[in-house]
Design a protein around this ligand. Structure first.
Ligand code: MN
Length: 317
């Protein structure tokens, strides 16, 4: 289809479409369970490990908990990441090895920083009814990943009206609003509640973005995106038009492509197998790195990691 450019070609309008570098890759989430609760794991994917520093995205429910069958994930360790919990419905109790004890409800955000090591549990509150939410992990950069653990709870987050949407900014900034949430790298995370019509989100063209649709259907560049998928949108957009036939709710995740190669196994995010082997040995031994969680639930153990054991750090003789 090459050849001299004729008048016909010059007159032809430039087709509107996504800018170069922008794509719409629709990747199916994996079905999994966390405790006894069904989740759809949108990240990591075989062909898409991260979106910015976002390295894990579980869409919890929607489902129902009863007094007998509630949320309950016993104490387990984390390394080198932040966990972010955001609920659309339900309640959960967070406990961690720093002594934090915090109930989270819809509209509130928990951010736990693991750094060199933390342990936590997620428990029911006795409350029964619908549960719907997300748990996301953010990889920490090398500058902070060996640092201290921390926990923060944000009872309120900034909300912005934009076109046919109400945007709640969870992390970073969007549409003139900025979340109070800690972030160690440039990052955006937002919950976008959409009415019928078109909403154009202003985004950074140096960043990559993705959608995890939580309710309804969102059309991006003509491609419908529904719950149970990650829509990876590439780099190079300075605005992101979302067309919604009815009502919908989606997460927007984005950031500069993460510059370091991550190694993830179980609840650990690191760079080298030896770091994870050492952390996991500390968890199994119950050493001081991960501390203790004042939880009635049983501590979770698993493993070993799927690579050859290291030579002992304390060789005999
Ligand atoms: Mn956890």
């Amino acid at each position: 289809m090459s050849g001299p450019v004729g008048a016909e070609d010059v007159e032809r309008p430039i087709p509107s479409g996504p800018p170069p570098g922008a794509v719409v890759e629709i990747l199916a989430s994996r079905e999994a369970t966390v405790g006894a609760f069904p989740v759809r794991r949108a990240l990591p994917q075989r062909g898409r490990r991260t979106v910015g520093a976002w390295c894990f995205a579980d869409h919890l429910g929607p489902g129902t908990v009863t007094a007998e069958q509630g949320l309950g994930i016993g104490p387990h360790p984390h390394l080198g990441l932040h966990t972010l919990t955001w609920l659309l419905a339900g309640e959960a109790l967070h406990r961690d090895s720093l002594g934090s004890e915090q109930v989270i409800r819809p509209g509130q955000l928990n951010l736990m920083t693991a750094g060199h090591g933390i342990a936590h549990s997620e428990e029911g509150t006795g409350w029964a009814g619908p549960v719907h939410g997300v748990q996301l992990w953010i990889a920490q950069p090398s500058a902070t990943r060996d640092g201290g653990a921390a926990f923060e709870h944000h009872p309120e987050l900034p909300r912005v009206e934009l076109d046919a949407a109400v945007v709640t900014v969870l992390v970073g900034g969007l549409a003139g609003a900025r979340a109070p949430t800690r972030c160690d790298t440039h990052l955006v995370g937002a919950d976008v509640q959409l009415r019928a019509g078109r909403t154009v989100l202003p985004v950074s063209d140096h960043w990559e973005h993705a959608l995890v649709v939580l309710e309804g259907a969102v059309v991006v560049d003509g491609a419908p995106v529904v719950p149970g998928h990650l829509a990876y949108l590439g780099v190079g957009r300075d605005e992101l038009p979302l067309d919604v036939p009815d009502t919908a709710r989606t997460l927007l995740l984005g950031g500069p492509p993460f510059p370091e190669r991550l190694l993830m196994w179980w609840n650990y995010v690191a760079r080298e197998p030896a770091e994870i082997s050492a952390a996991h040995a500390d968890w199994l031994e119950g050493g001081p790195r991960f501390g203790t969680v004042a939880s009635p639930l049983e501590r979770i153990v698993t493993g070993p990691p799927p690579w050859p054991a290291e030579r002992s750090r304390h060789p005999a003789g």
